[in-house]
Design a protein around this ligand. Sequence first.
Ligand code: NAG
Ligand code: NAG
Ligand code: NAG
Ligand code: NAG
Ligand code: NAG
Ligand code: NAG
Length: 327
Amino acid sequence: MKSLNFFIALLSLLSLATITKSQDPSYLSHACGNDTTYTINSTYRANLNLLLSSIVSNATRNNLNGFYNSSLGLDPDDVYGLFLCRGDVNNKACQNCVALAAKEAIKRCPLEKVVVLWYDLCLLRFSNRAFFSTMDQDPGTFLFNSDQNILDEPERFNRLVATTMNDTVTRATIATSGAKKFAVKEAYFTKSLNLYSLAQCTPDLSSSDCNRCLRIAFSILPSCCRQKPGASVLYPSCNIRYETFEFYNKTAVAAESPPPPPPVIRAPPPSPVTRPKGKGRVSIIVIVAIVIPIAVSIMFFYMGFRFLRRSASRNRVSLPEKDGKED
Ligand SMILES: *[C@@H]1O[C@H](CO)[C@@H](O)[C@H](O)[C@H]1NC(C)=O
Ligand SMILES: *[C@@H]1O[C@H](CO)[C@@H](O)[C@H](O)[C@H]1NC(C)=O
Ligand SMILES: *[C@@H]1O[C@H](CO)[C@@H](O)[C@H](O)[C@H]1NC(C)=O
Ligand SMILES: *[C@@H]1O[C@H](CO)[C@@H](O)[C@H](O)[C@H]1NC(C)=O
Ligand SMILES: *[C@@H]1O[C@H](CO)[C@@H](O)[C@H](O)[C@H]1NC(C)=O
Ligand SMILES: *[C@@H]1O[C@H](CO)[C@@H](O)[C@H](O)[C@H]1NC(C)=O
């Protein structure tokens, strides 16, 4: 088996917590493959620049599912690249992160051909070799929170992390092809502490490769991050993370994969329904959507009726009592 190349880093819980509140990407780690390099004025560099700008510009497209792979140039100067945004991140934040990563990549690995950059909101990766649809766990890295004080029951916490993460990994794996291979799960630990877990693969992987990648990441946890209140394992093809704070956008995740909605009656005028958040709002919208068209059609019917009656007997003056009876 390939030896795992780990770059160890520590993260403070507080700085991460504040950073992830807003959707600003925070840098996690990077890896520059130092065995293949290019020169500044080379065709490879020109191709790389073109590829990166195309990747960044494609990051806002709605139908990409937070993932895009692309390649450019002819052998021996061909370059391959992709980005993956965290499953809950919206298009704008995704593009922000990818643009930042593209800039940073050149700064951090100025002459290397094989590069991976991890941010909390996105991953950027490029190489002189085609790597799409293949599972890669090298280079890998892990991060953890060293703040231990918040855990009184480390053993119970470890067990909860294991079962919750196992379940999250399973759910990320079974995503249908083409969809995001992404899952999150929240679990109760104590009254004041919940566990939040996340797992994601690049969607170009097959389910079995995704499963393999995530299982390896999962299996690292006991050795790298035992009894840590938060940790991430990052690979080029997949990553997992758990924390005791809500580091992902629960609202966005819920909106992405809503439970099968109740059959909503289609109203004739396209109503500006965005995404109702609760059952109460659904029923109000449905009632409004039903009542207004009915009221409007009754009104039209009534007006039409009166118009017909008037034109039928032009000379007659309608009396107020008659109007009252009609009502
Ligand atoms: C980078 O270089 C170091 C020695 O300078 C070597 O040990 C390591 O394996 C190299 N890494 C890669 C990815 O080539
Ligand atoms: C790269 O090209 C620029 C001009 O296009 C030149 O000024 C610079 O010296 C070149 N650098 C190298 C390393 O060849
Ligand atoms: C990605 O962006 C480039 C512009 O930089 C555009 O030409 C290309 O068509 C886009 N890719 C796709 C698949 O639309
Ligand atoms: C993305 O990768 C797939 C292989 O997994 C390939 O068929 C496709 O052409 C790639 N897309 C681009 C834009 O290069
Ligand atoms: C993980 O889940 C699978 C089924 O989804 C189960 O077979 C396995 O025993 C679980 N492993 C752990 C460590 O909980
Ligand atoms: C979370 O997602 C929702 C829905 O996409 C969005 O309205 C909200 O601004 C997001 N929150 C943060 C903190 O980004």
